[in-house]
Design a protein around this ligand. Structure first.
Ligand SMILES: [Mn+2]
Length: 271
């Protein structure tokens, strides 16, 4: 029997309403000049080059007072067990050594990250995104971007389940074969999105919902990753929606300029 406490996820409209409510009350984070935002690095512990590239990137960005990682830092992240795997240690060490502040918003692939990653980040994971304060008080909303794919109802259901407290605790103690199956599901949604991005002007992300979230958060722009292809959209009300390239693309990073303005470019550009 269904009680109020076990109310199931029914329609995307409930999902969008709950996120619009959340957007009104997101944490605010100061992004001083020199701050950098990147997303979708997809680091894989089984690929040694990934560790070298990541160390080089963090060294390159070492002067950033705040580094924002907007989700899918890892190819997949399954919790405490993974933090102890040899392939993960270099990533975590590199994060620990970063001199500035790191702000992390999880993506669909690292939604199960918890205390084991927070220890290396030196900060609390911002599960639902945040409002960045730039320049003279301009407010910019930062999200991973998977939440904009509101036509994928089965993914939204999974997303909700993985974010609930009890299932998260359970998932973190599941046997390896179960968590690996979960990882495959988390990756499948991304593969789906990568397919979408091949069709121009179609990323799977809903622009009207992006606009609604910007308004709800009282922001002038929203910046996301997830779709892997840079995009700039100006809404009728003048607010803007930006999608970052996946790491390695020409516009894979947001920089806060000396004047406190947001600019886009390559994370590894020579400064
Ligand atoms: Mn993603």
């Amino acid at each position: 029997m269904d009680s109020a406490g076990t109310k199931r996820f029914r329609r995307p409209v409930e999902f969008t309403a709950s996120l619009i409510a959340l957007a009104k009350d997101l944490p605010a984070v100061e992004l001083p000049p020199g701050s950098v935002v990147i997303a979708d690095l997809h680091l894989d512990g089984e690929v040694p080059e990934d560790a070298e590239q990541f160390e080089a990137l963090l060294q390159h960005l070492a002067k950033a007072p705040v580094l924002v990682i907007l989700g899918d830092l890892f190819e997949y992240w399954l919790g405490p067990t993974q933090a102890r795997m040899p392939g993960s240690l270099r990533f975590l060490d590199a994060l620990r050594r970063f001199p500035g502040k790191i702000v992390f918003v999880p993506g669909n692939r690292d939604i199960l990250a918890g205390a084991e990653l927070e220890e290396a980040l030196g900060s609390t994971i911002l599960m639902d995104g945040f409002v960045g304060l730039v320049g003279g008080g301009e407010r910019v909303l930062f999200l991973h971007g998977d939440e904009l794919c509101i036509s994928d109802a089965s993914y939204l259901r999974l997303r909700k389940i993985l974010r609930a407290r009890t299932p998260r605790l359970l998932a973190r103690n599941l046997p390896g074969f179960v968590t690996r199956a979960l990882a495959r599901r988390l990756r499948r949604h991304s593969a789906h999105t990568v397919q979408y991005k091949k069709q121009k002007a179609e990323t799977g992300q809903d622009s009207q919902f992006a606009n609604a979230l910007v308004r709800a958060a009282g922001c002038s722009a929203v910046v996301v990753g997830h779709a892997h292809t840079f995009q700039e959209t100006v809404f009728a009300d003048g607010s803007k929606w930006y999608v970052l390239d996946a790491f390695g693309g020409k516009q894979d990073a947001l920089f806060v300029s000396a004047q406190g303005e947001i600019q886009f470019g390559h994370a590894l550009k020579s400064s």
